[in-house]
Design a protein around this ligand. Structure first.
Ligand SMILES: [Zn+2]
Length: 229
């Protein structure tokens, strides 16, 4: 009965694939089956040398880093990441985080020794405007599939940065390096995981890791949904 109802709704309110823009049906959520099958997965294993980890070499101390999707701004899949940020893509962010966690688990790429997942915080003003923090939604999805709790208290963001999009690599770094600060770190933690949406220059993560390490030499790993090649 529910299926008939859903098909009926699909006819009245057609939904479109976020990648190819064709109409999607039934169980297809936001991507058609073809586009879902063609997601350019990063396959950057946690704990092995990979391009995501190399981004941070000589910059800050990271135990392991991994990303799910290879992100290129000219790829047709760029719209997927864009939708997470700009088009109220709260559910999409959450779902992709969940998928990433399941993928990590089924490929035995994740240890159970993580104390918590720490989403990169968003400035309160921006959060109010957007209504959600996409990194937090990704972390919630990851938490669901990996069974690792979230800790929203560790980091805070104090300075309101101007839009990063028009800046070059260096000024972006200058603009980001002191953006994040430590708020509160549980003494019992030995290994935390910072969760970001997309790693481009790595400066956001670098700032977060520095903020944590100024206080305590706890192990820090990184999980991101996208990684720009
Ligand atoms: Zn499609």
């Amino acid at each position: 009965m529910r299926e008939i109802y859903n098909s009926f709704i699909d006819v009245i309110f057609p939904r479109y694939c976020l990648v190819c823009n064709k109409i999607i049906y039934g169980h297809e959520q936001y991507l058609c089956l073809k586009c879902e099958g063609g997601i350019p997965f990063g396959y950057y294993n946690l704990g092995t040398e990979n391009p995501v980890e190399k981004t941070f070499w000589g910059r800050c101390k990271i135990d392991a880093a991994g990303a799910y999707i290879k992100y290129r701004s000219d790829s047709k899949y760029a719209s997927l990441i864009k939708n997470i940020k700009y088009d109220g893509g709260m559910i999409l962010a959450n779902d992709l985080g969940n998928k990433y966690g399941n993928w990590l688990k089924s490929n035995h790429l994740i240890d159970n020794n993580f104390d918590c997942l720490v989403p990169v915080p968003m400035h309160p003003k921006k959060l109010k405007k957007r209504g959600y923090n996409q990194s937090e939604e990704i972390a919630k999805g990851l938490s669901l599939s990996l069974g690792i709790p979230l800790d929203m208290n560790i980091l805070k963001r104090d300075i309101e940065a101007e839009s990063q999009t028009k800046k070059n690599r260096f000024s972006r770094w200058e603009n980001t390096k002191d953006l994040y600060a430590l708020n509160e770190l549980n003494d019992n933690y030995t290994h935390i995981v910072i969760v970001d949406d997309v790693i481009t220059t790595g400066s956001t993560i670098e700032s977060c890791v520095r903020a944590v390490h100024q206080f305590k030499d706890v192990k820090v790993s990184v999980l991101a949904l996208g990684f720009t090649l």
